[in-house]
Design a protein. Structure first.
Length: 247
């Protein structure tokens, strides 16, 4: 009966043999020839990702001039910073694939609203400054606010939308002035003045009245002013103003 070593033992012996062979090559030929053997010029750039705002060819064109060193000598961090500096790129993962390929995995920004005239906001309130997607994003909600208020405006936008979604409504425009007094336009056309304080609470009260009395008359309403302490005013499309009690 023959005797067979377990497969795992063969794997172990092959690994040891490969290590011995590598040491032998280094001893006989030296370190430099070995490096020359494995450190070849980069022959292929593989760009991957789901592309909507930035093109695969655009990324390849950007990366190609940055490949100024051989496979092992590539400055990956420098290439990463250069690609991530593009407006629509959120993050990049770079991987060397032996013997001569660089893999570039691109993750795009995910805008959910316009910000001012030529910028956009991600769900985290990150500002994306770009002018090449105006047509694609023309129907996105418009948000505006003072300098450095993007995250605050985005947070308020998401909270208001969560509340309004329960009543099949959404924010199409939200603006905060320099004093952080708010106003918004809803998808049903209403222009709503919110004031500075208790914005969410005011909208909650309005939605309570909306379900009871205003929903059936929504098409007749032009604007709502919530800046009253104990009520709100409604501007009807026939220009008659009515002060409604919140109670």
């Amino acid at each position: 009966m023959g005797f067979k070593l377990p497969a795992i033992r063969w794997s172990y012996h092959l690994s040891v043999l490969a290590l011995i062979s590598l040491v032998a090559v280094i001893v006989v030929f030296g370190r430099e020839p070995l490096i020359e053997l494995v450190d070849k010029p980069v022959a292929n750039i593989q760009v991957e990702g789901e592309f909507y705002y930035v093109g695969e060819a655009e990324v390849s064109k950007l990366v190609s001039p940055l490949i100024d060193r051989s496979f092992l000598q590539l400055r990956l961090e420098s290439i990463k910073q250069e690609v991530e500096a593009q407006p629509w790129v959120s993050s990049v993962v770079l991987t060397r694939q032996w013997p001569d390929q660089l893999r570039v995995q691109v993750h795009e920004q995910n805008p959910i609203a316009r910000w001012g005239r030529d910028s956009y906001l991600s769900a985290h309130g990150d500002v994306i400054v770009a002018t090449d997607a105006a047509k694609k994003l023309a129907k996105f909600p418009l948000l505006t606010g003072p300098k450095d208020s993007a995250q605050l405006v985005m947070k308020s936008f998401k909270r208001l939308n969560q509340l309004l979604a329960q009543h099949d409504l959404q924010v199409s425009m939200l603006a905060a002035n320099d004093r952080l007094a708010w106003k918004m336009t809803l998808t049903n056309g209403w222009q709503v003045k919110l004031g500075r304080d208790e914005v969410i609470e005011k909208v909650q009260r309005l939605m309570g009245i909306y379900e009871r009395t205003l929903k059936n008359k929504a098409g007749q309403i032009k604007a709502v002013d919530l800046r009253y302490e104990n009520g709100f005013s409604v501007t009807w499309k026939d220009d008659a103003n009515v002060l409604a009690s919140v109670q």
